[in-house]
Design a protein around this ligand. Structure first.
Ligand SMILES: [Zn+2]
Length: 218
């Protein structure tokens, strides 16, 4: 095991105040087969909460507090931000990841915002909180739908979208948009085929990459 952390001070780019945060200094490599939405197996699942810092003074959330926030700072006092878009949960790690997703979207970092929504969904998966997990995945899909130019030509996100849709119960859309879809990558074509199969069965569960027919993940 080589998982270690350190305490480090950060100056918040929004309010200018300092606070102490835990950062990861060393991690284990992923061990085992990831899920088809690329959620890693094993120990890295526990690192999620270190992907986000929250300023205790102004509530700013980002990967690191010294990263600037470009829109109007008043957004951090908005109902949308403070209430995590109305997602009610006692899971403070998930709340921070949702706020980070909102900040990243505000900074036009749409791909990273999708990843943060997905990370929040994984924490809700662990809590068996299906409504909030689905809600986070729908928010990720909405970002991709609203900003198509940011995702154009990126097949990693296109294939991720199939899983986000299926796991939030949008089975018909998965079938409509991915049936017969061929990617340059054979693995992606196989995953798309698998997603359509699962959607047709009304399956909204997590599946590992080595369950995809024709794919032997190591
Ligand atoms: Zn602050």
């Amino acid at each position: 095991m080589s998982f270690s952390t350190a305490e480090k001070n950060f100056i918040c780019s929004v309010c200018g105040k300092e606070s102490l945060h835990t950062v990861i200094t060393e991690t284990d490599p992923p061990a085992g087969v990831p899920d088809i939405d690329l959620r890693p197996a094993g120990a890295p699942r526990k690192y999620m909460k270190y992907q986000v810092m929250e300023c205790p003074h102004c509530g700013y959330c980002n990967s690191a507090l010294n990263i600037p926030f470009y829109p109007d700072k008043k957004y951090l006092d908005s109902e949308e931000y403070r209430s995590c878009t109305g997602i009610l949960t006692a899971n403070t790690d998930a709340q921070r990841l949702i706020k980070k997703a909102l900040v990243l979207a505000g900074n036009h970092s749409y791909k990273d915002a999708v990843k943060s929504w997905l990370s929040a969904a994984w924490l809700f998966d662990d809590d068996c909180d299906r409504p909030n997990a689905a809600s986070c995945r729908r928010s990720a899909v909405r970002l991709m739908d609203d900003h198509p130019a940011a995702f154009k030509g990126d097949n990693n996100f296109k294939i991720l979208m199939a899983d986000l849709l299926r796991r939030s119960g949008e089975f018909e859309r998965v079938i409509r948009e991915y049936e017969g879809e061929a990617f340059r990558s054979q693995i992606m074509t196989a995953i798309a085929f698998f997603e359509v199969q699962l959607a047709a069965q009304g399956d909204d569960e997590a599946h590992r990459a080595d369950e995809v027919p024709g794919v032997s993940a190591k």
